[in-house]
Design a protein around this ligand. Structure first.
Ligand code: UDP
Length: 324
């Protein structure tokens, strides 16, 4: 298929582009390089440095794209509470402009990077796709808003849309001479920050809150290996059906507390990581654990690298050779 990958210079977008190319697809990456890295774009991909709001430059009528995979967006839940306008603009306004371009160019399929943050504090665990959606942060609200836009687009204009709701993505793609991993500047996510501490780039790890209603008082998240997550996009492309908006949660169904993450990072890196308990981060739900039963059933998706050890050791290996 001829594919447009927005955000293909970012973490999940670059790993997925690798898998798409290896599967024989033709990939064009559209990325404004505000948070992505040119070096993360696969050499075999065509690269266009542009904003998603200007996607019509690439998605011209007759350009013949079979699908858009939309990864580009802002992802820091904490920042979305202090600069919400930035999140509404980038994740909603610009994504709607992309959708206009998709419609005008007659692209039949659309795969969207949605998030577990759409659910907010879950009433029941594990979280299924039918659970109440009550985001506790602006990031989740913006992703949910675009999910709604996709639902109406699919029904009104016959788009084959799939939203993949990622839980916490971790690890790196390390295979066949390729090493692709996570680099954010500034870094806000727990595992890469823990690795920065292990590498001596940061003095200590702050754990945001230890008074949550969880077993050890720290937040619980469901971590998914980026390679497993990327594979789900290829399955979603095959499953996408005209006139339907399908939505799948992608996680392992196991929750790990922030303290447990630090323990595994200590084992993997061999470094005694200094930790300080800091105040809660605004907008953080206590526990997010996925039910991915629907993705398993309908997409045939099976996560293969589902231990925290595997994720953190791949992330550590990438970090030491490419980031530190
Ligand atoms: N977290 C933390 N210290 C940090 C970064 C994150 O304690 O320096 C916590 C954060 O408050 C949340 C969990 O780690 O409870 C996962 O946060 P992250 O930003 O990695 O992902 P999110 O769940 O927000 O997508």
């Amino acid at each position: 298929m001829k594919l447009l990958v927005t955000g293909g210079a970012g973490y999940v977008g670059s790993v997925t582009s690798r898998l798409l190319l290896d599967a024989g697809h033709e990939v064009t990456v559209l990325d404004n390089l505000v948070t992505g890295f040119r070096s993360a774009v696969a050499p075999e991909a065509t690269f266009v440095e542009a904003d998603i709001a200007d996607a019509a430059q690439v998605l011209t009528p007759g350009s013949g794209f079979d699908a858009v995979l939309h990864f580009a967006g802002l992802i820091a839940a904490g920042e979305s509470m202090t600069k919400p306008e930035k999140y509404w603009h980038d994740n909603v306004v610009k994504s709607l402009a992309l959708l206009d371009a998709v419609r005008a160019a007659g692209v039949p399929r659309f795969i969207f990077s949605s998030t577990a943050a759409v659910y907010g504090n879950p009433v029941e665990l594990p979280i299924t796709e039918n659970a109440v959606k009550a985001p506790t942060n602006t990031y989740g609200a913006t992703k949910l808003t675009f999910d709604h836009a996709l639902t109406s687009e699919a029904f009104a204009h016959n788009l084959a849309a799939v939203s993949l709701r990622y839980f916490n993505v971790a690890g790196a793609y390390i295979a066949d001479g390729h090493e692709i991993g996570e680099r954010h500047d500034p870094e806000t996510h727990l595992i890469p920050i823990t690795l920065q501490v292990a590498a001596g780039k940061r003095e200590k790890l702050q754990i945001f809150g230890d008074d949550y209603p969880t077993a050890d008082g720290t937040c619980v998240r469901d971590y998914i290996h980026v390679q497993d997550l990327a594979r789900a996009h290829l399955l979603a492309l095959d499953a996408a059906t005209a006139g339907e908006h399908r939505i799948y949660n992608l996680g392992n169904g196991n929750g790990f507390s922030n303290r447990q993450v630090v323990e595994v990072a200590r084992e993997v890196t061999g470094v005694e990581l200094p930790v300080e308990i800091a105040p809660r981060r605004e907008g953080d739900p206590a526990t997010l654990v996925a039910s991915s039963a629907l993705a398993r059933e309908e997409l045939g998706w099976v996560p293969e690298k589902n231990t925290l050890q595997a994720m953190i050791s791949d992330a550590w290996s990438f970090y030491r050779s490419h980031v530190a």
